[in-house]
Ligand binder design. Structure first.
Ligand SMILES: Cc1cn([C@H]2C[C@H](O)[C@@H](COP(=O)(O)OP(=O)(O)O[C@H]3O[C@@H](C)C(=O)[C@@H](O)[C@H]3O)O2)c(=O)[nH]c1=O
Length: 177
């Protein structure tokens, strides 16, 4: 696997290192040892699939509170997404900054999002499937979110939002509580 750290501390773009032959290729998509060598969280509590019927579906921006904070490895197995992480770690040098990248079934790239970052994506095609590996169990009581268009973060999305859950639509502006 090829690890490239993003501008947001601890976020990595991970590409496949393909071993190509006449049949196609073989490539490792997750490896505990390589994750540990790069200082990434190698715990794996669950894998999940998110299917999105329509282009312009936005899910996010989600995170879980300390104690249940998740590291996520996100991959697009059908279609295409613009995948975004926002740094929600007070004290981090990149607090409130964001990074985004296109993950597609064709580029086969994954994004690693560390604990303390909010995560979300916008689908760029109909019938897009996203595959997650997540380090911690789902704990809805600890789930939190920030709004996709909150000016506190200024995320620049590559297209309009057509489908979004009621919950994700109404997160209040981020600020001191
Ligand atoms: C996230 C999650 C949801 N669910 C259930 C709750 C609900 O009935 C249904 C849909 O849940 P949600 O509306 O929270 O799904 P969704 O909005 O797709 O939530 C996901 O968004 C992206 C951006 C992430 O980063 C994920 O970690 C997760 O938070 O699935 C689980 O059973 N386990 C899980 O781990």
């Amino acid at each position: 696997m090829i690890f490239q750290e993003a501008a947001l501390g601890g976020v990595f773009e991970i590409s496949l290192e393909r071993k190509v032959d006449e049949r196609g290729f073989f490539a490792r998509s997750w490896c505990r040892q390589e994750f540990e060598q790069h200082g990434l969280n190698s715990n794996l509590a669950q894998c999940s699939v998110s299917f999105n019927s329509k282009k312009g579906t936005l899910r996010g921006m989600h995170y879980q509170l300390d104690g249940y904070a998740e590291a996520k490895l996100v991959r697009c197995t059908k279609g295409a997404i613009y995948d975004v992480a926002v740094d929600m770690r007070p004290g981090s040098t990149t607090f409130k900054q964001w990074t985004g990248t296109e993950l597609t079934a064709t580029n086969q790239r994954a994004l690693y999002i560390p604990e303390g970052c909010a995560h979300g994506f916008l689908t760029l095609e109909d019938e897009t499937e996203v595959f997650y590996q997540i380090s911690e169990p789902y704990h809805p009581e600890s789930a939190r979110g920030v709004r996709w268009n909150d000016p506190a973060f200024g995320i620049v999305w590559p297209g309009p939002v057509a489908v979004i859950s009621d919950r994700d639509l109404i997160y209040p502006d981020f600020g001191p509580t």
